[in-house]
Design a protein around this ligand. Structure first.
Ligand code: NAD
Length: 465
């Protein structure tokens, strides 16, 4: 059985995981040179095979080539290179202070790989959501099973084909498939599971992981709010919000889900959003090379039902046969309307009116903690209130999504939007165990801690503490 072979039954899956475990136990992943070589190979793979990757993403999601490069290919290549360059530094043991009571001795923290890791990806960024995690797991010295999403089948098949061509066949396995395959995988014992997707399946993953006491990182979603205050530069805000919302036809976990603003700002912002959408995608976005498609009929149907909320201000056109839905803006949207009951995950942008910044914060705090929260204002005071009072995976002030371009920032959710993070150094830490080590000298061997206990020994111990 080789990397990328479709695996169809639990026994084979067990055997495959065992194969990776044997490779891990053989010790080759401990070598920093091996890890660096795998990371370089991953970088080469996505760069060399850019055209095939772009074609697969276009087939799965209608993704424009430049968008695929910006949000998937260059991200994976960048993550792999970033991990490779810092690998040695991250892997170093870290000396810590040793208290008097245990002297003479040395104490340190020694990162060690966890073992065999499972990465379950989602369909919306099907390359990036599996291979960026892979880069972090390789950097930490793990073997990895990857389960790409079956809802992006062309990309899944391409990952299964390419990985064995570039990476060490004994240490990596791609399992293609849907719920039965994932369920079978979740029966196996892994040393860590990274899951990206919706919270319902996140709970299934966490329950399965609990049976083996496997730690999990859950990258989930939710409704990421976008607050626009009256003093914001609305020309630029409109552009940055529209880009964040309509990239990948809104199927982005950190897309601004809805706008909160006051009536007067809404009246100024709406024409600018309308102009921006036309400037980005033309008067008929269905003919634009820069605009993607909805992933499948089920999601198209789901999104079509949400178009009935509020008043249609921009867009609204759709074509089921082409899975096309125009960039759409809704106004007069009530908090209890359908579009506000679930993560939209599509090209529909509702605007809700709130009186002021405080009401916007209260609105956000009254709901699940979002994956991202956006604020557009120059007011330092308003920015500070927002940062103090809004809990979110990430906050971006005066832009959307661009925190993803800062590798030193951890990316992950909080509360209902997820747990744990895997970007940059956090990824290395996620897939490592910090082993605590104390190395004692033989002499002196102070008798105070040994039985028989006595008041005198106890007194001395209290002084030494
Ligand atoms: P999806 O349908 O591709 O599912 C994700 C994975 O879960 C797939 O590999 C699938 O095979 C598996 N799966 C599905 N049902 C399962 C089951 N019953 N048991 C075991 N495994 C199962 O993706 P999705 O859930 O539609 O993803 C969209 C969600 O993911 C959105 O909420 C989005 O916000 C979130 N998301 C989060 C991030 C992040 O980094 N935080 C990134 C992308 C997407």
């Amino acid at each position: 059985m080789t990397v990328g072979t479709p695996v169809s039954d639990a026994a084979v899956r067990h055997a495959d995981v065992q194969r990776l475990r044997r490779a891990f136990d053989g010790g080759r992943t401990q070598s920093l040179a091996w890890r660096a070589a795998q990371l370089r190979a991953l970088e080469t793979m996505v760069t060399d095979r850019e055209r095939e990757i772009i074609a697969a993403l276009r087939a799965d999601l209608g993704k424009p080539g430049q968008e695929s490069w910006m949000t998937e290919i260059s991200t994976v290549a960048g993550d792999a290179a970033y991990c490779r360059r810092r690998l040695r530094r991250w892997s170093r043991t870290r000396r810590v202070r040793t208290p008097l009571v245990v002297q003479p001795a040395r104490s340190w923290i020694q990162p060690e790989p966890l073992g065999v890791v499972l990465i379950i990806g989602a369909w919306n960024y099907p390359l990036q959501l599996t291979l960026a995690g892979l880069a972090a797991a390789i950097a930490a010295g793990n073997c990895v099973v990857i389960k790409p999403s079956e809802l992006a089948p062309r990309t899944s098949a391409l990952i299964a084909k390419l990985l064995p061509e570039y990476l060490d066949d004994d240490c990596f396995l791609v399992v293609e498939g849907g719920v039965p395959e994932t369920t079978g995988l979740l029966e196996q014992a892994f040393d860590h599971i990274l899951y990206t997707g919706n919270g319902h399946v996140g709970r299934i993953v966490m329950e399965a992981a609990a049976r083996h006491l496997t730690p999990v990182t859950l990258e989930l979603g939710g409704k990421s709010p976008c607050v626009v205050l009256p003093d914001a530069n609305l020309d630029i805000a409109a552009r940055r919000i529209a880009w964040g919302k309509f990239t990948n036809a809104g199927q982005t976990c950190i897309a601004p889900d809805y706008i909160l603003t006051d009536a007067e700002t809404e009246a100024r912002l709406l024409p600018k959003l309308t102009e921006t959408i036309a400037a980005m995608y033309g008067s008929d976005p269905s003919t634009s090379d820069s605009y993607g498609r909805i992933v499948n009929g089920r999601h198209f149907e789901r999104l079509s039902k949400l178009l009935g909320s509020g008043t249609l201000a921009v867009g609204g056109q759709s074509n089921a046969a082409e899975l096309y839905m125009a960039p759409t803006v809704l106004t007069n949207v009530a908090p209890d309307s359908a579009v506000m009951q679930e993560e939209i995950f599509g090209p529909i942008l509702p605007i809700l009116r709130v009186d002021d910044e405080r009401k916007a914060i209260d609105f956000i705090r009254g709901r699940d903690k979002p994956l991202a929260a956006y604020l557009f204002t120059d007011s330092a005071g308003a920015q500070q209130h927002f940062l103090d009072d809004v809990s979110a995976g990430s906050v971006c002030i005066n832009d959307t999504m661009m925190f993803m371009a800062v590798p030193e920032l951890p990316f992950g959710g909080v509360g209902a939007s997820g747990m744990g993070a895997y970007s940059g150094e956090r990824g290395f830490r996620t897939f490592s165990h910090d082993k605590a080590v104390l190395k004692r000298a033989w002499w002196p061997d102070i008798m105070l801690r040994y039985a028989p206990y006595s008041d005198g020994k106890w007194r001395w111990l209290r002084r030494l503490r």
